[in-house]
Design a protein around this ligand. Sequence first.
Ligand code: 8Y7
Length: 284
Amino acid sequence: MQLKPLRPQIWNFGRLTLDLSQPQVMGILNVTPDSFSDGGRHNSKDAALVRALAMLAEGATVIDIGGESTRPGASVVTVEEEIRRVVPVVEALAKHDVIISIDTSEPEVIKAAVKAGAHIWNDVRALTRPLALATAAELNIPVIVMHMRGEPTTMNNLDQYQDVTKDVMRELGQRVQDALDAGVRPEHIMIDPGFGFAKNAQQNLKLLQEFYKLTEMGYPILSALSRKRFIGAVLDATDPEQRAVGSATAHLLSIQQGACMVRVHDVKATVDAIKVWQAMQQAI
Ligand code: 8Y7
């Protein structure tokens, strides 16, 4: 397994920094009323803050706040509603020492969130919404560029690949090029193969098997397969909460192949897995 070494990279956010040479854990904070894997339990501001602080205590270094459900068939949210869900939580969380990422595709949402104290743009639509590219360049913040085809509502019919890993790398490479052309700085780009987005279970597993190949693109990589359906299929676990160990295992397999950040629901299980891996690496 040949991992292309990444140039040493640190993201600086004023007094906070994120060292991408060590695996980092991003905790998922859904602020949607219909969130599928936490049943919408954290849709009020205080509950969201409590959940975020619990994830920090367990070792997360980034909190990813999302106000739009990308679940297939989820209802469409207006930009105003998305801002109304996300911004108060960002304001509350920004008082704590934590790096805040925003899961949105809408330029107006990320602008409002950055004003309120957010640091990273996590866009599952890879800056394809109108004005998204220009906004990313203008905000001058790190962006996570994810691979998907179509929209969450149509993506399940778009899983025809010649070679899933190669095709994902080529299509993702085009999105990265568009970002660079628009003026996003290369050191602000993180890539993500988009597990579960326009991929069937076998394709997700193949992408995990060949994850190391993504390092050839030369950008830090996020892996996000927390509690996803293909993990459930492997485990025969219909309840997402029963997928924690399988998810932590899969995330660690991606870290071993070069992922520098993982986006997870189950922070403690993931952090424990990473600690064992780091101890193994440091053995003399
Ligand atoms: C991903 C994501 C989701 C992912 C990145 C879920 C917001 C669905 N999945 N962001 N978001 N990558 N970067 O199951 O794979 O968590 S939502």
